[in-house]
Design a protein around this ligand. Structure first.
Ligand code: TTP
Ligand code: MG
Length: 370
């Protein structure tokens, strides 16, 4: 254990979109709310209130399935602008506690409160964050506290909703040991299935595997996964200074062409939503970018990007939309249909500061539901 452990908080709002809907529409409180697309067609659930989750409804489930499982569920169309606004307010509260903050998505951030903990205990800080979010926004946030991002993230999820889980300094490996390997960031469902085949079910069992085994299984990521399974985690909370690009992308169930006016309007609306998410992330971090990139994947999986640099940095949704649309519009062709579209912004400037030239690339992916 290092002589001066870090104190890292992971904060994640509970049923975020659904909670905002219940906050703004009191008649929805206490009821199963399904935020997302239409059940007819291929709409999916962005999120469900905890009342609806009791019926097995979860994010990314087709809305048609959700409605079958939870017939009394009330479907609400998402209002991304409102969620972005709320997110800004919440990130503002976090930023009041520490400047060392890494927003991960609209409702989730890591905070390094090591310095703030010189004045009061990190647990007091965690409680203060929960109380301030509740008092100032009316929403509940689940918080995990530990010496690294790995344990903090897992801890924040353990007692949702309205949870507070503290992993004691030095108790990281013990905390992780009984948990499923899939809980470790970097061990996806495929890796987890492969590990199960080898009899490795828990993070504790993973931690006991020999060093060479990790390299064989995870290649270059082996060392990091091994250390984190053993409770060693030095991954820093990456503030916007280290972020090099901010992007949002989405894959479609059916390939989307851009021939007719209607198809073009549909593509345009996707670009608008993606740009909105990116603009929201920029605003959250208080940064602007000069380069706009559009990522495209075609029916045959060919993937490429097109980018352009603006004369001055922006965080304006409208500017990102028009630039991204110009880039995509040029690529439309009669024989082309898109499986995936993404919008990214890079070349950052602190909104109220000098240019930012930093080496570490970090791509923040925003989830998007259509
Ligand atoms: P999450 O934090 O994963 O989910 P949540 O806040 O709804 O619920 P909880 O944290 O209590 O488990 O995601 C935050 C928001 O992001 C969520 O409210 C809706 C959106 N989202 C999607 O649009 N699609 C997805 O697949 C997921 C997981 C989330
Ligand atoms: Mg959440």
């Amino acid at each position: 254990m290092p002589p001066h452990p870090r104190h890292i908080i992971h904060a994640d709002l509970d049923a975020f979109y659904a909670a905002v809907e219940q906050l703004d529409n009191p008649e929805l409180r206490g009821l199963p709310v399904l935020v997302g697309g239409r059940p007819e067609g291929r709409g999916v659930v962005a999120t469900a209130s905890y009342e609806a989750r009791r019926f097995g409804v979860h994010s990314a489930m087709p809305m048609a399935t959700a409605v079958r499982q939870c017939p009394d569920g009330i479907i609400v169309r998402p209002r991304f602008d409102r969620y972005r606004e709320m997110s800004g307010q919440i990130m503002g509260i976090f930023r009041d506690v520490t400047q060392v903050i890494q927003p991960v998505s609209l409702d989730e951030a890591y905070l390094d409160v090591t310095e703030a903990a010189a004045e009061r205990s990190p647990i007091a800080i965690a409680i203060d964050i929960k109380e301030r979010v509740a008092a100032e926004t009316g929403l509940t946030v689940s918080v995990g506290l530990g010496t690294g991002k790995t344990v903090a993230k897992i801890a924040s999820d353990l007692q949702k909703p309205d949870g507070l889980v503290v992993v004691p300094v030095g108790g990281e490996a013990e905390f992780l040991a009984p948990l499923a390997v899939g809980k470790l960031v970097g061990v996806g469902p495929k890796s987890a299935a492969r590990l199960h085949d080898e009899g490795v079910e828990t993070i504790g069992q993973l931690a006991e595997m020999p060093d060479a085994w990790f390299a064989r299984h995870f290649g270059r990521r082996g060392d990091s996964i091994r250390d984190r399974a053993r409770g060693i985690d030095i991954d820093p909370v990456q503030t916007s200074r280290e972020a090099k690009s901010m992007s949002a992308e989405t894959t479609f169930a059916d390939d989307l062409p851009g021939n007719s006016d209607e198809e073009r309007a549909n593509l345009r609306s996707i670009i608008e939503r993606l740009s909105g998410r990116v603009a929201g992330s920029l605003a959250n971090k208080g940064i602007m970018g000069r380069t706009v990139t559009v990522k495209m994947r075609l029916s045959d999986f060919t993937t490429f990007t097109r980018q352009t640099t603006l004369s001055s940095p922006t965080d304006e949704e409208a500017a990102i939309v028009s630039t991204a649309w110009m880039l995509l519009d040029r690529e439309l062709a009669p024989d082309r249909a898109f499986r995936l579209l993404g919008v990214g912004v890079s070349g950052f400037t602190q909104k109220d500061g000098p240019d930012d030239a930093t080496p570490e690339p970090v791509v923040t992916q925003q989830r998007l539901i259509l």
